[in-house]
Design a protein around this ligand. Structure first.
Ligand SMILES: [Zn+2]
Length: 307
């Protein structure tokens, strides 16, 4: 609990998340509702030199990217939690590749939205002023890169990277289809016949004649995050002087702890989300609504910025 969080008087507009209420009840600490004063945020933003933007599924959802989680989030009869696991892949690599092939192909029909574009434009503009903007994202769809963001850490990997299960070689891969056997496969309807592609016809490693089976280079359920990327994230979180949390519920660990840790260290944190999250009360600012609407004015050129 830092002074930053208590300096405002309590205003309990809207509903508090039950877990936040429980936390408040347990600690007995008075917590201030974060500010939604855009002018105050813009003042802080105008002085920040190292900005970290943590993004999650909400940003992708506004581009129409399906997550295959939650109500109605099915591919055939499965949700992502059932297919995005090492076990599912070793049992049925054809099925898991059909799922990922479908997700890759879907991305050809999606585009970055105003939130992605505002972050990319801000990075480019501030770079010329000697200021840094880095995106740390849980999303695997590469929409930040497609929007033009250069400094992007994809902590859950990418749909458009592969890793060899034999030699470990990782490489970008934007082919469509990724292999001829998957062409036209991967339809999401529950009545779709499974392709049952022989394993030798699935994507194979082309590194030094290895020919091992490739898998999507994404972090699956039950797997740990890349320690090198985690070390970079920690370094960034320690050096940033402003942190934005965009379109993520802040409940997915370990990403969930980055922003609350920064807030606890006194870094101003601004949350842009459709709703309150369990971490909202720890943050300095909260802006409610679609981030494609709230983010562009928040990150636009400030009057104090040099041209
Ligand atoms: Zn290999």
């Amino acid at each position: 609990m830092t002074v930053h969080m208590i300096h405002q008087h309590i205003s309990l507009r809207g509903l508090l998340h039950p877990r936040v209420c429980a936390h408040l009840w347990r600690t007995g600490i008075e917590m201030a509702r974060p500010s939604s004063d855009m002018a105050a945020f813009r003042e802080t933003f105008s002085k920040a030199k190292n900005i970290v933007v943590l993004t999650g599924a909400g940003v992708s959802a506004e581009s129409g990217v399906p997550t295959f989680r939650g109500a109605g989030g099915f591919w055939r009869t499965w949700q992502a939690q059932e297919l995005a696991t090492p076990k599912a892949f070793s049992r049925n690599p054809s099925r898991v590749w059909e799922f990922y092939h479908y997700r890759r192909e879907v991305m050809l029909t999606k585009a970055p939205n105003p939130a992605h574009l505002a972050i990319a434009e801000c990075e480019e503009r501030l770079r010329k002023q000697g200021r840094e903007v880095t995106v740390i994202t849980q999303n695997i769809d590469e929409l930040h890169r497609r929007a033009g963001s250069k400094k992007v850490l994809e902590i859950h990997g990418s749909l458009f990277r592969t890793r060899c299960v034999t030699c470990g070689h990782e490489a970008p891969n934007h082919q469509s289809p990724i292999c001829s056997a998957l062409e036209g496969k991967g339809a999401p309807d529950p009545e779709t016949q499974e392709a049952r592609i022989p394993v030798e016809l699935l994507p194979r490693c082309e590194h030094k004649d290895c020919k091992g089976l490739l898998r999507p280079a994404v972090v699956w359920f039950g797997e740990t995050l890349d320690s090198e990327i985690l070390a970079q994230v920690e370094k960034l979180m320690e050096s940033c002087d402003l942190c934005l949390v965009v379109g993520t519920s802040s409940v997915v660990y370990p990403a969930a702890m980055f922003a609350p840790q920064a807030a606890a260290a006194g870094v101003p944190v601004a949350e842009f989300n459709m709703e309150d999250t369990p971490a909202t009360m720890r943050f300095r600012f909260h802006f409610n609504g679609p981030c494609g609407t709230t983010l562009p004015p928040a990150l636009a050129r400030h009057e104090t910025e040099e041209q």
